[in-house]
Design a protein around this ligand. Structure first.
Ligand code: NAP
Length: 311
C-alpha cells in the first residue's frame, strides 16, 4: 500500500522541512509508486551511510503551466533531486541549467540534480526500458523490429535508446501527427547515422507492412484510466508481437489483456519503473543502487489488500 500523500505547490510555499528532500512531479501523479520504492532504496543506503536515513521522497501534483515557476521554488526550498513524469519531460528541457547528452538527444528529461544555480537534467527512462525488456520479456532491443506507441517524453527516450542499441527497424505510432513529426525530426539524423529504417504511422490505422513479430512498446498514457481503450489493435499486427506496456498502475491494461488473450509474451512497466528509479537515485547520491529491492517494494504496494482491491 502507498501511504504517501499527494502534495501541492501551495504546500511547497510553506515548506520548511530540514531533511534532504526529493520529489516526483506530475499530473496525474497519484498513481506513482516512486515514493514507495525510493523509501526502500534510501533505507538500504542508510545501512551503509546513516545520513541517507534522513532523506525523504515526496510526490507533488504540478500542472504543466506551472512547471516553470515550480522548479525555482523546489530549488529555493532545497530539494536535491526531482523526477518528472507526465506531462513534464519534454517541457523541462527548456528549464534546466545543463543537460546530459542522452537527454539532449531525446529532447526529454526525467531526472533533475540540484546544483547551485538551478537543476541539471538527465534521462534514465531509456536505461530503464532496455533493462526491463531484457528482464521481463527475455529479449533485447538490439536486432528487434520495434514499434513504439507515443511521442511524449518516455517515447522519445525509448526511441533514442532503440537507435543507440541498434534495433533492426523503428516504427513510431502517435495519435497527434504534429507530435509524431516532432519526434521523427529528432530521430532522422540519429537513424541516418545508425543506418536504421525509421517511420511514423497513425496507430488507429497501422500499416499492413509493419514487420511481423515486432517488439511493441506502449509509451502512451492510454491505459492509465481503467476504461481507456488500447493504443493499438494487436489483431492488426502480423506474427506474434511481444508487448511491453510502460503503465504499471493499473497493473493490467486493455493492451496487456489483449496480449494475454492472444497468448503473447507481455509485461507491464513495473520493472522499468524500478530500473529508471535506481539510476536516478545513483545520480543523486553517487552510490550504487540495486533495482531489485525497489521492484519488490512496488510489487508489494500493488498487491490487492482485500475486498477494495488494489490500494
Ligand atoms: P507525455 O510526455 O505526457 O506523453 C504522453 C503520450 O501519450 C503522448 O504521445 C500522447 O499522445 C499519448 N496519449 C495520451 N493519451 C492518449 C490516449 N488517450 N490515446 C492515445 N495516446 C495518448 O507522458 P510520458 O512521460 O511520455 O509518459 C507516457 C506513459 O508512459 C505514461 O503512462 C507514463 O506513466 C508511462 N511511463 C512509465 C514509466 C515507467 O517507469 N514504467 C516511465 C515513463 C513513463 P499525443 O501526442 O497525441 O498527445
Amino acid at each position: 500500500m502507498d501511504r504517501h500523500p499527494v502534495r501541492t505547490l501551495e504546500e511547497l510555499e510553506d515548506w520548511n522541512a530540514e531533511e534532504p528532500s526529493l520529489a516526483v512531479l506530475g499530473r496525474p501523479v497519484a498513481h506513482s509508486l516512486s515514493p514507495v520504492m525510493h523509501a526502500v532504496a534510501l533505507a538500504r543506503l542508510a545501512r551503509e551511510d546513516a545520513a541517507f536515513g534522513a532523506w525523504r521522497y515526496h510526490k507533488f501534483d504540478v500542472p504543466p503551466e506551472r512547471l516553470a515557476e515550480a522548479l525555482p521554488l523546489f530549488h529555493a526550498r532545497g530539494f536535491l533531486g526531482i523526477n518528472l513524469t507526465i506531462p513534464h519531460k519534454v517541457l523541462a528541457v527548456g528549464l534546466v541549467r545543463a543537460i546530459d547528452p542522452f537527454a539532449a538527444d531525446a529532447g526529454a528529461v526525467n531526472t533533475l540534480r540540484r546544483r547551485d544555480d538551478g537543476y541539471e537534467g538527465f534521462n534514465t527512462d531509456g536505461h530503464g526500458v532496455a533493462r526491463a525488456i531484457t528482464d521481463e520479456l527475455g529479449t533485447a532491443i538490439r536486432g528487434s523490429h520495434v514499434v513504439v506507441l507515443g511521442a511524449g517524453g518516455a517515447a522519445r527516450a525509448t526511441a533514442v535508446t532503440c537507435l543507440a542499441e541498434r534495433c533492426a527497424s523503428l516504427a513510431i505510432g502517435n495519435r497527434t501527427p504534429a507530435n509524431l513529426e516532432a519526434l521523427l525530426s529528432i530521430l532522422r539524423p540519429l537513424a541516418g547515422a545508425a543506418g536504421t529504417p525509421v517511420r511514423g504511422f497513425d496507430p488507429s490505422r497501422p500499416p499492413a507492412d509493419l514487420p511481423a513479430d515486432a517488439l511493441v512498446i506502449n509509451a502512451t498514457s492510454a491505459g492509465l484510466a481503467a476504461d481507456d481503450p488500447p493504443p493499438i489493435d494487436l489483431g492488426r499486427l502480423r506474427g506474434a508481437p511481444m508487448v511491453y506496456d510502460m503503465i504499471y498502475n493499473p497493473p493490467a491494461t486493455e493492451l496487456l489483456r489483449a496480449a494475454a488473450a492472444r497468448g503473447l509474451r507481455a509485461a507491464n512497466g513495473l520493472s522499468m519503473l524500478a530500473h529508471q528509479g535506481a539510476r536516478s537515485l545513483e545520480i543523486w547520491t553517487g552510490r550504487s543502487v540495486p533495482a531489485a529491492p525497489m521492484l519488490a517494494a512496488c510489487r508489494a504496494a500493488l498487491r490487492p489488500t482485500g475486498p477494495s482491491g488494489v490500494s
